[in-house]
Design a protein around this ligand. Structure first.
Ligand SMILES: NC(=O)c1ccc[n+]([C@@H]2O[C@H](COP(=O)([O-])OP(=O)(O)OC[C@H]3O[C@@H](n4cnc5c(N)ncnc54)[C@H](O)[C@@H]3O)[C@@H](O)[C@H]2O)c1
Length: 270
């Protein structure tokens, strides 16, 4: 099947994990892919694997000037875009104190005692809050705006996919900033889908549960990963190979009646 023959695709955060899997799967079905990432070397590896006219562009999605430059580079190389995947993101780094509080609470609850406050919000630094919202929510907006402008102008329709999270649907005591940023992306997705309809631009989101990628490997202490995995009805984290096919479906012409939807592959958590 070659659903992406002739399609020009931009994937942000495409150097690693979910974004790399989506970029390479779309390339395998014929797409030319622009891999935008902070990690230029990683983006180049993925673009080289994608082959053809695919390209790597260093870009911080939280910086509107950087985003404008990156989309201009895509214009120069590919002459525009048909599909935009807003995937770039980071998780809060491991926090030893929070991890210990969470594990102590687990022991307390198992012993029939009341848990202590996790202090997920009261201990959160303004800088961490700000960067999280800037990368995820502002970043998605900056890229969506550049993509919308081009798709509207070209008049050929198009597809956008935003990668949000199960934590944007369910909330998170440990990471309120991540959860709020991802919740904002859900509302933005619905707004973009309504805005894009007249121009034939479909906009959907995937809200993954826990997926085994460098992000989760770095963000979760092994004990926390075990505790989280126990809460997944399927008993395991998902893989990027279980996310990419859904992304390919949503951005392909076969999903022509699907827009404004938030789909959450999460192993039965929610
Ligand atoms: N792994 C999970 O369990 C999970 C669950 C739900 C949602 N997500 C979301 O999926 C997306 C991809 O995550 P992943 O697990 O593949 O992580 P990953 O760390 O493997 O990949 C993320 C990529 O984004 C890039 N990136 C980070 N900040 C950037 C910025 N400001 N500008 C440009 N590029 C930037 C990184 O360099 C990296 O290449 C993220 O938005 C993440 O929040 C992941």
């Amino acid at each position: 099947m070659q659903r992406y023959e002739g399609k020009r695709v931009v994937v942000t955060g495409g150097a690693s994990g979910i974004g790399a899997a989506i970029a390479l799967s779309m390339a395998a079905e014929g797409a030319s892919v622009a891999v935008l990432d902070l990690d230029e070397a990683g983006a180049r590896v993925v673009a080289d694997k994608a082959g053809g006219p695919s390209l790597a562009v260093r870009c911080d999605v939280a910086d509107p000037d950087d985003v404008a430059r990156a989309f201009a580079a895509v214009d120069a190389a590919l002459g525009g875009l048909d599909v935009l995947v807003n995937n770039a993101g980071h998780a809060p780094p491991q926090d030893e104190a929070k991890t210990q509080r969470a594990l102590a609470n687990l022991a307390k609850v198992m012993a029939g005692q009341a848990p202590d406050p996790l202090r997920g919000t009261s201990s959160l630094e303004l800088e961490a809050w700000d960067r999280m919202i800037r990368v995820h929510l502002y970043g998605t907006f900056y890229c969506a705006r550049e993509g919308m402008r081009r798709m509207e102008e070209a008049g050929r329709g198009g597809a956008m996919l935003n990668i949000t999270s199960i934590l944007g649907l369910a909330g998170s005591a440990q990471a309120p900033h991540y959860s709020a940023a991802k919740g904002g992306i859900i509302a933005l997705t619905k707004s973009l889908s309504q805005d894009g309809m007249a121009a034939g631009i479909r906009v959907n989101a995937i809200a993954p549960g826990w997926i085994d990628t460098p992000l989760t490997q770095n963000a979760l202490a092994p004990e926390m990963a075990a505790v989280l995995t126990m809460q997944i009805p399927m008993g395991r984290m998902g893989t990027v190979e279980e996310i990419a096919p859904l992304a390919l479906h949503l951005c392909a012409d076969e999903a022509s009646y699907t827009t404004g939807q938030i789909i959450s592959p999460n192993g039965g958590v929610l």
